[in-house]
Design a protein around this ligand. Structure first.
Ligand code: B12
Ligand code: SF4
Ligand code: SF4
Length: 387
């Protein structure tokens, strides 16, 4: 690139977008750093305690809404989207079979954090190399969840997508099965047009959520969300939520599965996001019989490893408690009791109680079961490719 063209920021932005696409991002957008209208909403969210045990969300105060306080000198944020939906996702298939473990789609492949951060770093390096000598002290830093950045707000400003009522970012041509990442940079690049809110009068995600975690449009009380309960919650899962979790043992996708915009979701080319055979569509019982070293080897490089073996077993015990009565389940749970930690023991005992009750009353279905049946019908009808 010649130095006359590089000083033309419009031209540079075109190049940045092309470099981003060559690095595997499906979309690249640029925004300024004014998130002042989000500060009040963020304050309210924290004041209500919706972050639960995720203390880091509150620790940084309003820095989360002020990119130039996180990285001094930041003028623009380059936001990126990377799709993660593989072919043949079989969502309904796994949700339908109560003896199978439903693991949320994003977690079935390789952990995305490192992959996205490395690619964003490469994008920054590319900008630095191409602009060599033109700007004094070019600073940039990639973020992917890593620091407390308001990713949805930035993505919306950069035109990547709007924040849906389930609080996730959606794009009209790509649905919501994508990760977000950002590169903070101190160049005064021209910005993109923000994405327009397009949920309209739809409320499907709010209605389908098994735990009623979407407490108002755009607002999720994390403490009620199955994703939080199975991944972030460290101790016992509150009993009121256990029957509602069903067979979702790691994260939850229900609010995205019901979203009509996911009919337009695009499939990923990224081999790393394709599911691992050891995790996809497995029986709860099989996963429950893994020992710690099997857990560690089968989850190497996966986000699941972060929760550790104890929470993995805790979640599976809940899934087994929610499975239809089977003598094999009862026997396996009982055999696991003596060796289990106090936390897991308590969840196994709960699961045994559920199994026991179901052995007397096969009809015992909770409201959430009806919701899941409704969701399965909606996936089969609306997302036949991914059902
Ligand atoms: C903490 C966290 C969680 C928590 C809390 C989620 C939440 N909704 O807040 C838990 C563990 C529950 C979670 C779950 C999931 N997460 Co998460 N999570 C994050 C993280 C690290 C921070 C999110 C955050 O800041 N929450 C705090 C609240 C205050 O932020 P917010 O929702 O943006 O808040 C805004 C709205 O509430 C809005 N608002 C409030 N009132 C009002 C009123 C009106 C009128 C309007 C318009 C707006 C509005 O303003 C607030 C400020 O901007 C982000 C990465 C990041 N750094 O952003 C990933 C992230 C959001 N998660 C992601 C994913 C994939 C998930 C799951 C789908 C995983 C799964 N399958 O289990 C679920 C989905 C659950 C859901 N419906 O949100 C992706 C989403 C990608 C996308 N397409 O949007 C992200 C972006 C990670 C990434 N880098 O890709 N997550
Ligand atoms: S991820 Fe599941 S539990 Fe969380 S808000 Fe969405 S539907 Fe509700
Ligand atoms: S399900 Fe409906 S309300 Fe929810 S995010 Fe999708 S379009 Fe918006």
């Amino acid at each position: 690139m010649s130095s006359s063209s590089i000083t033309d920021f419009h031209h540079l932005v075109e190049n940045i977008k092309a470099w981003g696409k060559a690095l595997g991002f499906q979309q690249v957008g640029i925004s300024d750093i004014d998130l002042s209208q989000h500060e009040e909403r963020l304050k309210q969210w924290l004041a209500k305690g919706y972050q639960g045990e995720m203390g880091y969300l509150a620790e940084h105060g309003m820095k989360r809404a002020r990119p130039d306080e996180l990285l001094p000198g930041t003028l623009r944020v380059i936001s990126v989207r990377m799709d993660y939906l593989p072919p043949n996702a079989k969502f309904a298939h796994t949700l339908k079979d109560k003896n199978k473990a439903y693991i949320s789609r994003y977690a079935l492949g390789r952990d995305y954090h490192k992959l996205l951060r490395n690619r964003l770093k490469k994008l920054g390096d590319k900008i630095r190399n191409e602009c060599e000598g033109l700007f004094e002290e070019l600073h940039y830093r990639p973020f992917v969840d890593s620091a407390p950045v308001l990713e949805h707000a930035l993505a919306e400003k950069a035109g990547i997508g709007w924040q849906g009522k389930h609080s996730l970012t959606i794009n009209k041509e790509a649905g919501s099965w994508f990760f977000l990442g950002e590169l903070f940079i101190n160049l005064p690049l021209p910005v993109d047009k923000p994405a327009e809110e397009s949920c309209g009068s739809c409320n499907a995600c709010i209605t389908i959520c098994p735990t009623q975690a979407i407490v108002a449009p755009y607002v999720v009380d994390a403490r009620r969300c199955i994703s939080y309960l199975t991944i972030e919650q460290k101790g016992a899962i509150p009993e009121e939520f256990r029957p509602l979790i069903g067979n979702r043992v790691y994260g939850c996708d229900d609010c995205q599965l019901v979203c009509p915009w996911n009919r337009y979701a695009q499939l990923t080319d990224e081999g790393d996001f394709h599911p691992r055979k050891t995790l996809e569509g497995q029986d709860l019982l099989d996963l429950f019989t893994w020992n710690e070293s099997t857990f560690l080897s089968n989850t190497e490089g996966s986000a699941i490893r972060r929760i550790g073996f104890e929470r993995w077993q805790r979640n599976l015990a809940v899934g087994l408690g929610n499975a239809p009565y089977a003598k094999e389940i009862v026997d396996t749970l009982q055999q696991a009791l003596p060796e289990a930690t106090t936390l897991v023991k308590e969840h196994i005992t709960w699961a045994l109680r559920q199994q026991h009750q179901k052995s007397f009353n096969e009809e015992a279905t909770v409201k959430t079961e009806r919701l899941t049946q409704r969701l399965i019908r909606s996936i089969e009808k609306g997302l036949p490719r991914d059902a």
